[in-house]
Design a protein around this ligand. Sequence first.
Ligand SMILES: Nc1ncnc2c1ncn2[C@@H]1O[C@H](COP(=O)(O)OP(=O)(O)O)[C@@H](O)[C@H]1O
Ligand SMILES: [Mg+2]
Length: 258
Amino acid sequence: MIRLENIYLALGGSEVLKDVSFHLRRGETGVILGASGSGKTTALRLILGLLKPDSGRVFVDGEDITDFPEERLLEVRAKMGMVFQAGALFDSMTVGENVAYRLIEKGGFSDEEIEEKVRRSLRFVGLEESIDQMPSELSGGMKKRVAIARGIVASPAIMLYDEPTAGLDPLNSHNITNLIKRLKEEQGVTSVVVTHDIPLAFEVADYMAFLHDGEVCYTGKAEGLPASGNDCVREFINHSIGAGIGGSRAGSVNGGAG
Ligand SMILES: Nc1ncnc2c1ncn2[C@@H]1O[C@H](COP(=O)(O)OP(=O)(O)O)[C@@H](O)[C@H]1O
Ligand SMILES: [Mg+2]
């Protein structure tokens, strides 16, 4: 469903991704785990066709999108829902308007259809009652759930999440984790989750790629990661555990830009 094949990419003169390969089958959840600056967001931007690799290929839903022109990339992006790292709700719009945005942009839906889809998405994340509220009235966890509702409103086959639990407390992180799992189980959505949150990664991953300085140090089942014997993996896990249960989340405050 989603495949990165031997990707090399330099940005601003430095090599950001080095021979990165990643293969995710339909209906699975793939996690790209790694510290801040390891290249996770860049990998998502490649999948969205927002960046082109210097070499290597990007496949989405059976198509090699690497050299697609912009209009074909728009079609590819229409299959995807995206939850950006910095919530990125429009502050001047209600929750409902935020969720409806993608449908209105796409066009071709009646007001009734839009309302129905918006309510269904908000119901899925448990926020139908907040439809007329403004983002400023919501907690961080609620905003993140609205961002997920917005991502799923057009029923995408693929969901991409960039640090979906960053800055959230354990309870809210747990809620987001459950939503990601339910989208897979109930709707067969294929997901890529980019994160440095170890508990989240182990909860949702069918398949995991560990990125370190733009290189993949491990790919395979989540269970195999701790025993993989890789120095970079061990260092990352020890550091996160050493920082306490919330370590990976506390780290997100410092590493928020990553
Ligand atoms: N547009 C850019 N120009 C130059 N360097 C960039 C650009 N985007 C990202 N980088 C660099 O690439 C590396 C990986 O960035 P990123 O993919 O955002 O990492 P992550 O999401 O894992 O924190 C970082 O060192 C970052 O500074
Ligand atoms: Mg990032």
